[in-house]
Design a protein around this ligand. Structure first.
Ligand code: SF4
Length: 164
């Protein structure tokens, strides 16, 4: 079994209430090969919700207590992000998950790129930095391989199918 970001499967859990449907990801669920998870919803946040960025650093920094997550209004939502990541890890362990396909550039799901706020500014001034989101970092720390939807190819899907 693999985990996938729920928004990639067409579930409208994105901060603005939309989705990021990728057909091959939705097909994995239809075939019973993948479980959709949305760490932000699992952490107790509503949809729609304000967009959130890691203030500085990445998901590993947030897990270590060195970075905060702030929504557009500046409210801290670090606890919700940590709780959501922990719930996803619980689900992964229950289903013996070895890999995940997660949405790139998300503060939860990003696996190569995330956004940081520029210090002392609103989320309008943000920069793309390399790093993982909180859930991607926690899964990686626990030996679960994380791929982004941008890496989804026929070859990757076949490789994952052999692991499932
Ligand atoms: Fe998609 Fe992950 Fe954001 Fe949920 S937290 S909407 S699954 S990118």
């Amino acid at each position: 079994m693999i985990l996938v970001s729920a928004c990639l499967a067409g579930i409208p859990c994105k901060y603005h209430g939309g989705d990021n449907l990728i057909q091959p990801v939705a097909e994995l669920i239809a075939k019973g090969l993948a479980i959709p998870v949305c760490p932000e919803v699992l952490g107790g946040l509503a949809t729609p919700r304000e967009p959130v960025d890691i203030e500085q650093g990445d998901g590993f920094d947030a897990l270590a207590g060195r970075a905060r997550l702030l929504n557009e209004s500046g409210q801290e939502v670090t606890a919700e992000f940590l709780a959501g990541a922990a719930r996803v890890l619980q689900i992964a362990r229950r289903h013996d998950v070895k890999a995940a396909i997660l949405k790139e550039r998300s503060p939860s799901c990003g696996s190569s790129w995330i956004y940081n706020r520029l210090p002392g500014t609103t989320a309008v001034r943000r920069k793309l930095v390399d790093g993982m989101g909180v859930t991607a970092a926690l899964l990686t720390k626990n030996n679960i391989q994380v791929f982004s939807e941008e890496q989804v190819t026929e070859e990757l899907l076949n490789k994952l199918n052999r692991k499932i």
